[in-house]
Design a protein around this ligand. Structure first.
Ligand code: MLT
Ligand code: ZN
Length: 472
C-alpha cells in the first residue's frame, strides 16, 4: 500500500489526533537508544484506548501493514525500531497512561501500557505499597515495554523479573481480538496461561495495553553499602553471607569493577568515590524491609564479619538518603559513562550465580585476546548472575578497529556462556540484535515451537516484524 493511502486509512480509522507524521516529530522514534539501527516510518500512531488499538491491528492485519510497538524507546537490542523500508508504522501507547485503579487491600494496581515505570512506582507508593521493578531508565521506560520485554533491573534478586510481578493482562491480538484478563487473582489454573506468552514476546505475538500488577508492603527501612571486595569470588561469598545474615532482606546486589567506577567519576558530573579503600571490585548491597528494622546494624555486623573472613576489604554504609542515592547514581550511570568513553561492545549474559567468578575469569581472558583495543567493563546484577560483560575502547584505539572485533568476540563469549549453561540474553531480550543468536543457541525443538506459536498468533507477520524470530 502506498504511503498516501496508508495515512488516509489510519486517519479514517483513528482520527487526526492519533497520528504523528511530521518528519522532525517522528525522527526520535526511528533510531534506537544505542544508535545501532536507523529505521523509517510514515507515521507514529497513538491510539487513545484499547478499542482503538483493536481497530488499528485488525485493519493493519487486513492490509498487511507491519506494526512496531514502542514504549520509552530504551531497548538495548533495537527491539522497538522499525526497519528501513518505510512501510511499517510505529505504535505508541503513550496516550494510554492512566492508572485505572489501585487496590491496596489486594496488593495490586491496574496500569495502562503507556504509564512510565516511575508513575507506577509512585501510584503504589501513594497507597503505602511498593512496586519493586527498578531500572536506570524508570523515568522514561513504559510499563508496556517492561512487560513486552520481561524487564529485569536491580531488584530481581528479591522480587523477580517483570513476569513475576503480573497478576493479569489486557492485550490485543494481530486480528484485533482483545483479551482482557485484569482480575487480581493469585491463583487461576484455567488452561494455557497466554499471559506468559505475551510477556517477553517483544510485541511479536500481541500488543499489551494494560496490566494488573502485584504490589508489596512499602519499604520503611533500608540500609545501603558500597563495599570494596578483592575479587568476584569474594563478592559471591559476600552475597550469600548477606542473604543469610539479613533474613533474606537483601534486595539489591550489584557488582561494579574499579574501571566502571573510574569511568563514572571521570564522565558523570557530581559523582564521588564512595569508599576510601580502592579495590579491583565493588559490591553495592542494599537491605530493605517493610518494618522499622535496625538494618544499618544488621548490615554493619555482616560486613564486619565479611572483612574478618577476607570477603571484603572495606565498606561505607550510607548515612543518609542522599548518600544512598549517590551510591545508586554511580551504579546507574555506568552505561552513560561507557557511552561517553567511546565505542562499546556489549554482552548481556547470565550464568548460575556460583559460576560468575569462573565466567569472569575466562571471559576476561577471551576479551584480552580477541579485542585488544578495548578494556573490560563487566558489571551488573551479581545477585541474579546477570553480568553486562561490556568492553569500552581504549582512548588511543581506533574506533572502527575496535568495533570490528564484535563478531568473533561475541561468538566466543556466547559459546562460553552456553558451556556454563547460561543465557546470551539475560534481561535485554532479542529485538533485532540477537535474532541470529537465538536461532543458533535455542534448542531446535524450542525454536520450532516458537515459530509455530508466531504463525498461529500472527499468520500475516504484522506484529513487530523481524524481531525475536527470523522468518525461518
Ligand atoms: C544496566 O543494568 O545498567 C542496564 O541493563 C544496561 C547495560 O547493559 O549496561
Ligand atoms: Zn542491567
Amino acid at each position: 500500500m502506498d504511503t498516501t493511502r496508508l495515512l488516509q486509512g489510519l486517519r479514517e480509522l483513528l482520527g487526526e489526533a492519533a497520528l504523528i507524521t511530521a518528519p522532525e516529530d517522528i525522527a526520535p522514534a526511528l533510531i534506537d537508544h544505542r544508535h545501532l539501527y536507523q529505521g523509517a516510518a510514515p507515521a507514529i500512531v497513538q491510539p487513545a484506548d484499547t478499542a482503538a488499538v483493536s481497530r488499528l491491528l485488525a485493519w493493519c492485519n487486513a492490509q498487511r501493514v507491519g506494526v512496531v510497538p514502542q514504549g520509552g524507546n530504551t531497548s538495548y537490542c533495537g527491539g522497538a525500531t522499525p526497519d528501513a523500508s518505510g512501510r511499517q508504522i510505529v505504535l505508541s501507547l503513550k496516550r494510554m497512561n492512566r492508572i485505572r485503579g489501585v487496590d491496596a487491600a489486594n496488593f495490586s494496581l491496574v496500569a495502562e501500557a503507556g504509564c512510565t515505570l516511575a508513575a507506577v512506582q509512585a501510584a503504589a507508593q501513594q497507597a503505602s505499597r511498593l512496586f519493586p521493578l527498578s531500572l536506570g531508565s524508570e523515568g522514561t521506560c513504559q510499563i508496556g515495554g517492561n512487560l513486552a520485554t520481561n524487564a529485569g533491573g536491580t531488584a530481581v534478586l528479591r522480587y523477580g523479573m517483570m513476569r513475576d510481578l503480573v497478576l493479569g493482562l489486557e492485550y490485543v491480538l494481530a486480528d484485533g481480538g482483545v483479551v482482557s484478563d485484569l482480575a487480581p487473582l493469585r491463583k487461576d489454573n484455567t488452561g494455557y496461561d497466554l499471559r506468559h506468552l505475551m510477556i517477553g514476546s517483544e510485541g511479536t505475538l500481541g500488543v499489551i495495553t494494560a496490566a494488573c500488577l502485584k504490589l508489596f508492603p512499602r519499604t520503611r527501612s533500608a540500609a545501603t553499602a558500597w563495599v570494596s571486595v578483592p575479587h568476584p569470588a569474594a563478592a559471591i561469598q559476600l552475597l550469600g553471607r548477606l542473604r543469610e545474615a539479613s533474613g533474606d532482606r537483601l534486595s539489591g546486589c550489584e557488582l561494579v569493577p574499579q574501571v566502571a567506577l573510574d569511568l563514572v567519576l571521570r564522565h558523570i558530573p557530581q559523582t564521588r568515590d564512595p569508599v576510601a579503600t580502592r579495590a579491583p571490585w565493588y559490591l553495592l548491597a542494599e537491605l530493605t524491609s517493610s518494618g522499622e528494622d535496625e538494618l544499618d546494624a544488621m548490615l554493619e555486623n555482616a560486613l564486619a564479619s565479611a572483612i574478618d573472613a577476607g570477603q571484603a576489604l572495606d565498606a561505607t554504609v550510607a548515612r543518609s538518603e542522599a548518600q544512598r542515592d549517590q551510591f545508586w547514581a554511580i551504579r546507574e550511570n555506568v552505561p552513560a559513562a561507557q557511552r561517553r568513553a567511546g565505542g562499546s561492545l556489549k554482552h548481556d549474559v547470565s550464568v548460575p550465580v556460583s559460576m560468575l567468578p569462573d565466567f569472569i575469569e575466562r571471559g576476561a581472558a577471551l576479551a584480552a585476546q580477541l579485542a585488544p583495543e578495548g578494556f573490560l567493563v563487566a558489571y551488573g546484577h551479581a545477585g541474579d548472575g546477570n553480568l553486562h560483560f561490556n568492553l569500552s575502547q581504549r582512548p588511543e584505539a581506533d574506533t572502527a578497529a575496535f568495533l570490528a572485533r564484535e563478531a568473533p568476540l561475541k561468538r566466543a563469549i556466547h559459546d562460553l556462556v552456553a558451556q556454563l549453561h547460561g543465557s546470551f540474553s539475560a534481561e535485554h531480550g532479542i529485538g533485532q540484535l540477537k535474532v541470529r543468536e537465538l536461532a543458533r543457541y535455542a534448542p531446535p525443538a524450542e525454536l520450532a515451537a516458537m515459530r509455530s506459536i508466531k504463525r498461529a498468533l500472527d499468520p500475516n507477520g504484522i506484529l513487530n516484524p523481524g524481531k525475536v524470530l527470523d522468518p525461518g
